[in-house]
Design a protein around this ligand. Structure first.
Ligand code: NAP
Length: 288
């Protein structure tokens, strides 16, 4: 994953204890989304000494430290030093992590979970009455354009929510929602970038089918995606109005739209996103 330019980072990580002016944030599980968050936080003004991470593979940890100047630590040190513990492991890997974390007494810390489908109650039940904030971000975090939804657990105060909102505002937009809506968010914007990439990939294939060189097809489609996204952002118009502006009577676009309707693309999207939501529910149920 391409990250922000890290050229302004310090060569050697600073390991001085926190002066409490800004929270120390530890990312537990520095995979795709964990790395994107660390990269975004650095870009958003956090310093490498305010961040820690845990990682299972030493080579991966060394690579992350070299790239970002952030120290990889054992979970014991993360639990001891961090004010905020960001859980960024796969939902399937949560049980061993919670088993390790529970005896370390994380009750004074804010636990932020990025895990799809896992309810805040899971963390509260296993770790004690800890403040937990559940977050569903997405990978555009790596370019500072994440869409994150946040929900408070039973012990999370407005101050905890403000801390998480501030942290995620460094890497994109944030909305606060009830936890009952987080599985829908997971299906919609958590997985959303994959749907757009899939669409772009299919449209590039269409360019190849029509005989265009691959590099040209890629350029045409990617810039069209960027331009369309900017129009959606900048105008107050509904997407239907923007689409109608490209759809002239007896023109080329309406021929394409007829094929999209004939092949049930809208229905396929509804069903696909519903299936993603169902999987998020299933992931949560596995830990009940
Ligand atoms: N990727 C997305 O688009 C996205 C979007 C929103 C939310 N999320 C959520 O973010 C979480 C992480 O997803 P991801 O795509 O970043 O997965 P990932 O790339 O597999 O990252 C998870 C990382 O955690 C490591 N790990 C697992 N158990 C650990 C432990 N006990 N201690 C330290 N490290 C541990 C894994 O190591 P191994 O390589 O050894 O497994 C891996 O490096 C998931 O819960 C997912 O639902 C992801």
């Amino acid at each position: 994953m391409t990250a922000f330019d890290q050229s302004d980072l310090p060569d050697t990580p600073d390991t001085e204890p926190n002066d409490q002016a800004t929270p120390i944030i530890a990312v537990l599980g520095a995979g795709k989304i964990g790395e994107a968050l660390m990269s975004g936080l650095l870009h958003g003004g956090h310093t490498a000494d305010e961040l820690l991470f845990t990682e299972r593979h030493p080579e991966r940890a060394a690579e992350l430290t070299e790239t970002y100047g952030i120290r990889g630590v054992e979970i014991e040190e993360a639990a001891q030093r961090a004010d905020v513990l960001v859980v960024a492991v796969k939902p399937q890997d949560i049980e061993p992590l919670l088993e390790t974390l529970a005896p370390l007494g994380a009750s004074g810390q804010l636990v932020v979970t990025l895990c799809a489908g896992l309810p805040t109650s899971l963390f509260e039940n296993r770790l004690g009455d800890v403040p937990v904030v559940r977050v569903m971000p997405n990978t555009p975090m790596v370019v500072g354009e994440a869409m994150s939804a946040i929900s408070a657990g039973a012990y999370a105060t407005p101050e905890h929510m403000a801390t998480v909102e501030k942290m995620l505002s460094c890497v994109g937009q944030v909305v606060e929602l009830p936890e009952t809506q987080l599985n829908a968010v997971t299906a919609l914007s958590g997985s959303g970038p994959a749907y757009f990439f899939y669409l772009v990939e299919a449209m590039i294939d269409a360019g190849i089918l029509l005989g265009l060189p691959r590099a040209i097809a890629e350029k045409l489609i990617i810039q069209s995606a960027v331009g369309s996204a900017k129009m959606l952002l900048d105008s107050d118009a509904h997407p239907v109005i923007l689409r109608e502006a490209v759809t002239s009577p007896a023109g080329t676009t309406i021929n394409a739209i007829r094929e999209l309707e004939k092949h049930g693309v809208r229905a396929a999207l509804l069903a696909a996103i519903e299936a993603a939501r169902d999987r998020a529910v299933e992931l949560g149920k596995a830990h009940e």
